[in-house]
Design a protein around this ligand. Structure first.
Ligand SMILES: NC(=O)c1ccc[n+]([C@@H]2O[C@H](COP(=O)([O-])OP(=O)(O)OC[C@H]3O[C@@H](n4cnc5c(N)ncnc54)[C@H](OP(=O)(O)O)[C@@H]3O)[C@@H](O)[C@H]2O)c1
Length: 296
């Protein structure tokens, strides 16, 4: 297959926006890698997309983003399977209703929404650069909340789901801005896209999430745009030639520029979070205890 000669990787591709993105790319003839954390849900999405598009060049990768070893294995599997990677869409996200820790001792919402895309992107960066022109699109939100650098791991405060979600998602913006700066001149762009509010399964798959998301879906889901519609916003930035050279942007509905919260417009803070994230993901070889870093 691979009709247009392009390869994309979409995280959280078994559901909601990620599945809609994978389907649209498959329909356009892309080779698509779908990342899911559950084999059955991932395989079901592949079967559905194959039936809808006729594209057989679809590849399932499994990784739970609370597990950094799994993310490292995922990156190895992607590089083994894909000689080129032209598009990475960091879409997977969730919100845990209670404070939970990963096996590395990191609060799960922060780990899945911010550290996982940070680590995965880092591990795939060389493949993206050798495939340039290439694009990295991270799906963001408007529910951003300033990060509390004195307590990133929620050890001193009472954990609040929406705040934890908003902080981790603001991490996507800090990450995108600093990444774009570092990638300047490499042929790889990095942008963050707010897809609008849409009907999805956000936070609803496992028992970790709570009534809040489910009630929103039940009460207002019917009135919200579909993930397919939201996907069009992301796809425009991910694939349209208008955005070939655009990097370091926070974009919203109709691809207009959004004003990022003040904290994310501060290059020094972006670098600070970058350094902490390097430590927490073990990218820095001499990383001290991650938890010590979290209590900065
Ligand atoms: N829905 C909205 O209105 C809205 C608004 C603004 C931004 N967004 C953003 O849109 C993106 C997609 O969300 P969605 O609304 O489409 O929700 P969704 O249907 O729940 O999709 C989220 C995806 O992330 C995966 N995921 C969750 N936890 C994971 C983990 N620990 N490891 C690996 N994958 C994991 C989910 O897998 P499972 O199916 O296995 O749970 C699912 O595939 C997110 O970045 C979200 O922040 C959504």
């Amino acid at each position: 297959m691979n009709m247009n000669g392009k390869t994309a990787l979409v995280t959280g591709a078994n559901s909601g926006l990620g599945k809609a993105l994978a389907l649209a790319l498959a329909r356009d003839g892309w080779r698509v890698g779908l990342v899911a954390r559950n084999v059955e849900r991932g395989a079901a999405a592949i079967a559905e997309i194959r039936a809808a598009t006729g594209n057989t060049d679809l590849h399932l990768f499994i990784a739970d983003f609370t597990d950094q070893i799994a993310i490292r294995q995922l990156a190895v599997a992607v590089c083994d399977q894909f000689e080129y990677l032209h598009l990475l869409i960091n879409n997977a996200a969730t919100a845990y209703s209670e404070r939970r820790l990963t096996s590395d001792g990191i609060e799960c919402t922060f780990a899945v929404n911010h550290l996982a895309p940070f680590l995965l992107t880092h591990l795939l960066l060389e493949r993206l650069k050798t495939s340039a022109p290439a694009r990295i699109v991270t799906v963001g939100t408007r529910m951003n909340t300033a990060l509390d650098f004195t307590d990133l791991n929620w050890e001193r405060r009472r954990y609040r789901m929406m705040q934890a979600y908003g902080q981790a998602k603001l991490g996507n913006l800090h990450f995108t801005f600093e990444l774009a700066r570092r990638l300047n001149g490499s042929g790889v762009t990095a942008n963050c896209v707010f897809p609008g509010i849409f009907n999805s399964n956000l936070g609803g798959t496992d028992g970790a999430q709570n009534w809040f998301w489910k009630s929103i879906a039940v009460l207002f889901g019917w009135a919200l745009p579909t993930p397919e519609r939201a996907a069009q916003r992301v796809l425009f930035v991910a694939t349209d030639s208008t955005f070939a050279e655009i990097s370091g942007m926070y974009l919203g509905n109709h691809h207009q520029l959004l004003k990022a919260p003040a904290q994310a417009r501060n290059a020094q803070i972006n670098r600070q979070l970058w350094r902490i994230s390097e430590t927490l993901t073990g990218i820095l070889p001499a990383a001290p205890s991650p938890l010590r870093q979290l209590r900065l």
